[in-house]
Design a protein around this ligand. Structure first.
Ligand code: FAD
Ligand code: NAD
Length: 466
């Protein structure tokens, strides 16, 4: 039987990054993955393929709606070749997952393909093409998550689908009904809206992206309505029934009225749930929480002291970069180091266009916590860069402590905000004040000037260009 310092179950961004860091720190490392390709949800059916389709559909949308204004004329009809678009997405996924194989080899990490299950706290049985057993001093659970299902919406993977199927449809839906106005619903909804589908988003809460600052929900809602999305908030879906190629969705609105929607596809995107099926956690004495997460302490250690858990399978935001930070954290903890993660500064991004990005406290949180704050906001449309590229929607908002000027939250919507938010993360990690940012040179013309202007507005209400 092979023996390791560390064995990791699951090869998503949590697991494979943990493996690399363990190997870098000199530990003999193994990683176990039940699927044929490494990279987990993120690389195979999540972050990467969804962004590939968002990019392709964005090009199409630009070609149809904006090229002419730019003075670019394309003779004939501009058409979508969905098969080719999905094929390109798959090629991007394949290149990316092969890249992880390379990283495993480079770092001398042993890869096992098969289902990992605990025999006891130091032994894992791997069931795959061949059945094997390995031993490890430390084990990291990085088994991720699966889409949450609704009891009354049986996913048949053909017409009633999850994000996994939505990433490989064979036709453009005529009417895509989306249950859940969160990140997946809006990103994939925008893909198919751009490709020509009618899209209805049904959200239970009173606003889309309800966990983000409400000003972002309001602005994205406004832009999406301009793009002719049908958005229904405060609607509770009660039934989803497939009838041949049609899907009938029933929901109850705020007034208690029954509302019906008929479409040809229904995407169920109401969150994701931790995945521990088949892991046999009880054999290793590992406790789960009531909602199925692996229970961990502040060191990400489970109830069995040599076993750790990271990523979507534990508490916290279900984000690839959060899983990665935890992978590094656990590897360094096992190596005897004292790493640190500031969970309040993990940015959240929605990759629609305009992009939406946030870090730190929302206005509602500051109010609830009774913190005295000031706010500075700057509209993207006031930037020269925005006019040049015709990306006029959105704004940057900076929330700072009223007494000290320390930045407490940054919320932005607009072109390239997914990348712009890093400036806010760096500033907040160093506990910068709004004035600090307002006195730093920002290249002109860039979208980042909106951050400087919002900081000026927050500091002394003296934005320069508005
Ligand atoms: P996962 O990536 O889920 O990996 C877990 C792995 O463990 C899987 O490969 C699974 O097969 C394997 N596994 C499970 N059980 C076993 C077992 N018993 N034995 C062996 N292997 C096992 N996040 C972002 O930050 N940015 C984005 O843009 C983004 N876009 C997304 C888009 C979509 C459509 C979806 C669905 C998710 C997206 N996410 C995004 C979320 C992101 O994918 C997850 O937060 C991230 O993948 C979690 O990483 P993880 O390592 O915890 O688990
Ligand atoms: P989500 O939590 O972002 O959104 C789910 C939405 O569904 C919520 O707004 C919720 O109020 C709503 N909802 C729940 N039950 C409902 C019901 N019965 N009827 C109507 N609405 C209902 O979850 P998601 O969009 O499924 O994404 C899952 C996870 O994947 C998220 O945690 C997210 O962090 C991650 N993800 C991240 C990205 C990104 O970082 N860009 C992209 C995709 C997914």
């Amino acid at each position: 039987m092979k023996s390791y310092d560390v064995a990791i179950i699951g090869s998503g961004p949590g697991g494979y990054v943990a493996a690399i860091r363990c190997a870098q720190l000199g530990m003999k490392t193994a990683i176990i993955e039940k699927y044929a390709t490494l990279g987990g949800t993120c690389l195979n059916v999540g972050c990467i393929p969804s962004k590939a389709l968002l990019d392709s559909s964005h090009h199409y949308d630009d070609a149809v709606k904006h090229f002419e204004t730019h003075g670019i004329e394309i003779p004939g009809e501009i058409k979508v070749n969905l098969e080719k678009m999905i094929g390109r997405k798959q090629a991007v996924v394949d290149q990316t997952t092969v890249g992880i194989d390379f990283l495993m080899t480079k770092n001398k990490i042993d890869v096992y393909h098969g289902m990992g299950a605990f025999k006891d706290a130091t032994h894992i049985k791997i069931t795959g093409n061949t059945n094997q057993e390995i031993e490890a001093k430390y084990i990291i659970i990085a088994t991720g998550s699966k889409p949450t299902s609704l009891p009354f919406a049986k996913v048949d993977k053909q017409r009633i689908i999850t994000s996994t199927e939505a990433l490989k449809l064979k036709e453009i839906p005529k009417h895509l009904i989306i249950i859940g106005g969160g990140v997946i619903g809006l990103e994939l909804g925008q893909v198919y809206k751009r490709l020509g589908s009618d899209v209805t988003v049904i959200e239970y809460m009173d606003r889309i992206i309800p966990t983000m600052d409400s000003s972002l929900s309001k602005e994205l809602n406004k832009v999406f309505r301009k793009q002719k999305f049908n958005i229904k908030v405060s609607h509770k879906v009660t039934s989803v029934v497939r009838n041949g190629n049609e899907v009938l969705v029933k929901a109850v609105n705020k007034k208690g009225e029954l509302v019906e929607f008929e479409g040809d596809y229904c995407l169920v995107s109401v969150g994701r749930s931790p995945y521990t099926v088949g892991l046999n956690t009880q054999s290793a004495g590992i406790k789960l929480t009531d909602n199925g997460q692996v229970e961990v302490n502040s060191q990400l250690q489970t109830s069995t002291s040599n076993i750790y858990a990271i990523g979507d399978v534990v508490k916290g935001a279900m984000l690839a970069h959060k899983a990665e930070e935890e992978g590094v954290f656990v590897a360094e903890t096992i190596a005897g180091q004292k790493p640190h993660i500031d969970y309040s500064l993990i940015p959240g991004v929605v990759y629609t266009w305009p992009e939406v990005a946030s870090v730190g406290k929302t206005e509602d949180q500051l109010k609830d916590e009774g913190i005295d704050y000031k706010s500075g906001q700057f509209p993207m449309r006031a930037l020269g860069r925005s006019r040049a590229s015709m990306d006029l929607d959105g704004f940057v908002k900076i929330l700072a402590d009223k007494a000290t000027d320390e930045i407490l939250g940054v919320h932005m919507i607009g072109a390239r905000c997914a990348d712009l938010i890093s400036e806010a993360v760096v500033a907040m990690e160093f506990r910068a004040s709004a004035e600090d940012i307002s006195r730093m040179s920002h290249a002109h013309p860039t979208f980042s000037e909106a951050i400087k202007e919002a900081a000026l507005a927050a500091t002394e209400d003296r934005a320069l260009h508005i």
